[in-house]
Design a protein around this ligand. Structure first.
Ligand code: ADP
Length: 547
């Protein structure tokens, strides 16, 4: 006996309905499903025209997307807003409308003069979760659709709505899949670069370590037999330079990690650019000499000064110059130039006559760990970190870097730096000070440098404003009437809402021990009073910069 009973039905309409279930499950394509819906309907209900509308993204408008049997009708059928016409009404009410004569219906909106519908049935397309659109069937004569027609239409549209909605969800899913794939590819690339970096890095670490171990073993165990004093000094020199090289490698990695984690503090000072140039040129001079490379430098105007973190600026110069020398062959030229750029910035350029960078690889060179020449090519040793670090150091200062390069013809890097730290990103400073003229002075200097300044004339007012305004920094006079600066600082530090706000004590020089007291109360540092106007802004900027 078989349980595989075929579905037998005497009624061809019921049989068709039974087949419907399978009609929509096969395809996720919107067109396929709409086509299937129109075909199924045409086999079961007699009509002159059928139209399928889909609801727009915002759910307010219905747009015709298919007509049957006259497929070229779509453009003639305007959009309907939900609520408009018989169609809009049926969709708004989410109900089937079976209209005897559309032309007699007050809601009727005539669209196509040549083929006005008379008997009309409007069936919203909806899944249990959502409205998708609607389908209309019309006859050109008054010839009402029966209850059975309406029931059949309902079954077909219910199935179709689910299929259409699935297709839509699938499309959205596919879009996300694309995003996911792109993200995966990015992760794979980062992971590849990391592995490459580790391989490269261990090579980089091993080279100086080998030198350190080899030369120190040689000295310790007298492996070279009797050596002269000069040979001995050379060995020690080699150990020392290899040690320095190791240190700089490790520092680069640590610096980059620090910057990425947002924990790199800049220490601003005012200095002449020429002095930074000189100090870095002294360091790279030996590198250039070895390859007989001529380095020239020029600063215009010669006394161009800036307020920046001098050590970091030197690091940028060193990275650019050592690259320029590294990637330029024997007897080449390297030029270092700087000049003002507009009112507030300066531009530093490092130009070389070296190997250049191929166009198609140029977008990659600022990426951490990236090297054009593969890690296995030891002709140009390095870690691929220099430019990544350089770019980030410049950006920390509010600057930027760019370059132009042609393969075989050389490269010019251009770094732009603000002459002084910009109007400090709208940082907010609260000055708590009871002496009105001191208060005015501090306010004028701070506001003049682009900071938002609030003031309080007593400890109590300071406490309230700190809680209320949450400034980035509080400059706190220590000798205040009533609650003094130390007590206010302790209270601020004890309150989780204000504990994170940096407090800098304004301390009178005369009072011995007051600085230690301020630090013990929770101040990040102190500025001695009377304030030295020239230094004051630098001090404030440095405190704002500090973690
Ligand atoms: P490293 O110098 O340690 O390899 P960098 O981050 O400083 O790493 O530079 C990344 C890559 O950019 C270098 O490996 C090199 O391929 C390319 N590059 C940098 N500067 C120059 C230059 N002046 N000329 C040619 N190529 C350069």
């Amino acid at each position: 006996m078989s349980y595989n009973v075929a579905h037998v039905s005497a009624d061809p309409e019921i049989e068709l309905l039974n087949r419907l279930g399978g009609l929509f499950t096969g395809s996720l394509s919107l067109n396929d499903n709409i086509e299937a819906m129109l075909r199924a309907t045409s086999q079961m209900v007699a009509f002159d025209a059928a139209t399928v509308f889909l609801l727009n993204q915002d759910g307010r408008e219905l747009t015709a997307i298919a007509t049957y049997p006259h497929r070229d009708e779509v453009p003639h059928i305007a959009r309907f807003t939900v609520g408009e016409g018989i169609l809009g009404f049926a969709v708004q009410q989410q109900t089937t409308l079976n209209v005897l004569d559309a032309t007699q219906d007050p809601r009727f909106k005539m669209l196509d003069q040549s083929r006005p519908p008379r008997s009309l049935i409007v069936q919203p397309l909806a899944t249990p979760q959502r409205l998708v659109g609607a389908m209309t069937l019309s006859r050109q004569r008054v010839d009402p659709f029966t209850e059975l027609d309406a029931a059949i239409l309902k079954v077909i549209t219910n199935q179709a709505a689910i299929a259409i909605d699935n297709g839509r969800l699938y499309e959205q899913l596919e879009a996300h899949l694309d995003e996911l794939e792109a993200a995966n590819a990015q992760i794979a690339e980062v992971s590849r670069l990391k592995s490459e970096f580790l391989a490269n890095m261990s090579h980089e670490l091993r080279t100086p370590l080998n030198a350190i171990l080899g030369f120190s073993e040689l000295l310790r165990d007298d492996l070279a037999g009797k050596i002269t004093d000069k040979q001995r000094r050379d060995c020690l020199d080699n150990i020392y330079t290899s040690g320095r090289h190791l240190l700089s490698l490790i520092n680069d990695v640590l610096d980059l990690t620090k910057i990425e984690a947002g924990r790199m503090d800049l220490v601003y000072e005012e200095f002449a650019l020429e002095s930074a140039f000189r100090e870095v040129l002294n360091v790279v001079h030996a590198l250039a000499m070895k390859k007989d490379i001529e380095i020239t430098s020029a600063v215009e105007p010669a006394d161009l000064a800036l307020v920046a973190d001098k050590n970091k600026v030197k690091q940028v110069l060193y990275n650019l110059l050592s690259n320029a020398i590294k990637f330029t062959s024997q007897g080449g030229r390297v030029q270092l130039r700087a000049g003002r750029l507009g009112e507030d910035s300066l531009r530093i350029q490092v130009q070389d006559s070296g190997i250049g960078i191929a166009k198609e690889l140029q977008h990659k060179i600022f990426g951490a760990f990236y090297q054009v020449q593969s890690a296995s090519n030891r002709e140009y040793p390095g870690t691929g970190l220099g430019l990544a670090l350089t770019k980030r150091l410049l950006e920390l200062h509010g600057g930027s870097i760019d370059f132009e390069s042609a393969q075989g013809q050389g490269t010019t890097f251009s770094a732009v730096l603000p002459l002084k730290p910009g109007p400090s990103k709208g940082n907010r400073v609260l000055v708590v000070e009871d002496n009105p003229s001191n208060l005015d002075l501090a306010r004028m200097v701070l506001e003049g440098n682009g900071l938002v300044v609030d003031t309080a004339a007593s400890g109590q007012e300071g406490l309230e404003k700190a809680r209320h305004l949450r400034p980035d920094l509080i400059l706190m006079d220590m000798q205040l009437p009533g609650v003094d600066g130390l007590a206010v600082t302790r209270q601020l530090k004890a309150d989780p809402a204000t504990a994170h706000i940096k407090v800098v004590a304004l301390t009178a020089n005369a009072l011995k021990g007051s600085e230690e007291q301020a630090l013990a109360a929770g101040c990040s540092g102190y500025i001695a009073k009377p304030i030295e106007l020239k230094k004051f802004m630098l001090q404030v900027t440095n405190f704002l910069e500090k973690e």
